[in-house]
Design a binder for this molecule. Structure first.
Ligand SMILES: [Zn+2]
Ligand SMILES: [Zn+2]
Length: 247
């Protein structure tokens, strides 16, 4: 399983892209996880084939995770994508996402490719991939996701503090990306992760490799310094590419 970090920044990051990754299996099948406002440009820079991304998974629909969707759909329309696209989101988020997706081809009612909408489920499969999702503690409902693909496991938190359910998914991951907004401890009922909590998490779950991301601009240097020299933890960066078969 290959991971390409398109963006690792927080909602209002000044230079980093908004948080998103692509996940690709050994056969080349690819998902995009989240699509904030700066993600279309990150994708244009990669010159992927038009039909490379088969599925977009949305952890939740705060704009830094979904506002790039109409621009990306418009790009595919403009260059005549024909392969169908699947969009997976929480059922209660679908109407809002559809209302922005249609801007990608407005005023037409359809575009050059079919869009299939599926609901996020606790556990489901897709073309041989196994997916599990769990709620984190966030301002709006956010579903972390565990990919079990090619005998490797990748956890991606989306936004929010870890919960019992999301920890259970993270436990046996070969690589886990956890949102970590702040270096200093936040309140237990906060909507974002913090570095102190992430250290407890890493210790308790014995996480093989933990990537911290979505750090606030003013916090990221402190977090980077704190994990320097730690072989099991890193601060995620835009453009980071990882191959789980080689970790
Ligand atoms: Zn966010
Ligand atoms: Zn959010």
């Amino acid at each position: 399983m290959k991971i390409d970090v398109l963006g690792s920044g927080s909602a209002f990051a000044k230079s980093k892209n908004t948080a998103a990754i692509t996940v690709t299996d050994a056969a080349g099948k690819m998902w995009l996880v989240d699509c904030g406002p700066t993600i279309p440009r990150a994708l244009f820079n990669r010159n992927l084939p038009l039909d490379a991304i088969q599925v977009i998974y949305f952890s939740h629909i705060h704009p830094d995770h979904c506002a790039g969707l109409p621009a990306l759909i418009n790009y595919w329309k403009s260059f005549q994508r024909s392969a169908p696209l699947t969009i997976i989101c929480q059922p209660e988020h679908r109407a809002a996402l559809q209302s922005i997706a249609c801007l990608g081809y407005w005023p037409e009612q359809t575009t050059t490719f079919e869009i299939q909408w599926l609901d996020t489920e606790d556990s489901f499969s897709w073309q041989g991939w196994q997916l599990q999702t769990a709620e984190t503690q966030h301002e709006i409902s956010n579903r972390a996701i565990l990919f079990s693909v090619d005998n490797q496991r990748l956890f991606y938190s989306g936004d929010g503090r870890p919960t019992k359910a999301s920890r259970a998914l993270m436990k046996d991951a070969d690589l886990a990306f956890q949102e970590c907004a702040c270096f200093t401890e936040l309140a237990a009922d906060d909507s974002h992760g913090d570095f102190v909590d992430c250290q407890k998490l890493a210790e308790e779950l014995q996480i093989n490799r933990l990537g911290l991301y979505h750090c606030w601009d003013e916090e990221v240097d402190k977090i980077r310094a704190a994990v320097a020299g730690n072989e099991k933890q890193f601060v995620s960066e835009d453009g980071l590419q990882l191959d789980l078969s080689r970790l």
